[in-house]
Design a protein around this ligand. Sequence first.
Ligand SMILES: *Cc1c(COP(=O)(O)O)cnc(C)c1O
Length: 363
Amino acid sequence: MVKNRLDRHYLQNKEKYDKAALDVLESGWYITGPFLEKFEKEYANYIGSQYAVGLANGLDALWIGMKALEIGEGDEVIVQSNTYIATVMGITINRATPIFVEPDRCFNMDPDKIEAAITPRTKAILVTHLYGQATNMEPIQALCKKHKLMLIEDCAQSHGAKHQGQITGKFGILGCFSFYPTKNLGAFGDGGAITTNDENLARKIRIYRNYGSEKKYYNQVVGINSRLDEIQAALLSVKLNYLDQLNAERSSIANYYLEHIRNPLVQLPSLQKNSTHVWHQFVINTERRKELIEFLDRKEIQTIIHYPVPPHLSEAYEYLGYTEGSFPIAEHYANTVLSLPLFDGMTLDEAKEVVQAVNEFKP
Ligand SMILES: *Cc1c(COP(=O)(O)O)cnc(C)c1O
């Protein structure tokens, strides 16, 4: 039996997490206090950016970030066609229009296909480092420079991943992060953050997340409530100390899969040159997906499809007017991708069990 577990890492380091949570409970201060300030400093430091602003979740990081950049109605944002739908919602919540670009063999935005999607209305390119592998950034940075576009990163799946030695979340004007429990830096509830080197933007986002006020009860703009609470911040400070180690452990399981899965019906993930992969998900392609899921399910091995419906075909985006065939690569991935078990605290024995089962699979 191999099932994704969220509590393994916690149970292995219970005392530290319990103490952090208790410290907050005993502090008598639960929202926007010293633990948030401490985590924001530590996270900015980890990314190597000047500022990190904690938010309630990753979707807020995306849409509040784009709102702060004044992306709105009539503007176009280039986004990859196979991303998680939240990336696209970050654009459309601001009434801007997503322009989809197909992914490459590594599941990330294909730099060769971007230029054709640029119009006079294009404001930004929003790159998702999907499944944890850093995107090939140089050509995208060059396009942003050439066409004077803003570069935004959705790093919800890529905490710690690097391209050419540079960490994701620092390439663009904004890095948008989620700390949803399953992410590589996962909280024990919802959480998110924006990283930036732009002081003005950081301040704008900080004001916006707290009813538009910098000074309590004095409101400069109509804001919202999107705060990262003290307990989550304190727990994230603990987890951040383990992030590189947890990513390395994910890597060793992923490498074991890469070296030992041998089945002509299963296509292993492709690696991007000069990028690191933090293996948020280990995603294979197979034309026999339904049968493989059932086969593994009978052996109590849990698999998940990330994601069965590409954003342009989801009911929510019917109004954009796309149909089947609009983005064939994203659609092909939606029909063939499958994530094998990979989670914090997973053992080599569990990985062996998965490998053996996948290699045995014959429809
Ligand atoms: C998880 C995720 C989000 C949204 O994060 P939440 O914290 O769940 O709001 C956005 N983009 C991507 C790529 C994600 O994986």
